[in-house]
Design a protein. Sequence first.
Length: 113
Amino acid sequence: MKIADIARMLKGTLVVYANAQKTASSAYISDLLSDVMAHAKEGCVWMTIQSHQNVVAVAALTGIVAVVFTGGVRPDEHTVAKAQSEGINLIITDLSSYEAAGILYTAGLGANP
């Protein structure tokens, strides 16, 4: 699924549109960074309420193609700059993680395998 389509479906804003060619193959929800490092698969979109720079580091380490900040959470300028330098797409939405996951699942984006 294309990153721009994900942002549109979630009524979100692409804060960093680093790589338009990347597509998401699954989705993962967690607010625990160690859990994401252990279980998120390459090519997934990650939904979280964590907004600090370490989120971008975890996304880059695991091959996550986009981070969706849910619940109206906004990343600070340092997180945005890190995402731009690492090529990680960032999306913000006011939807909860539960609502966002439901929308993406209904649209055909499967769970993290």
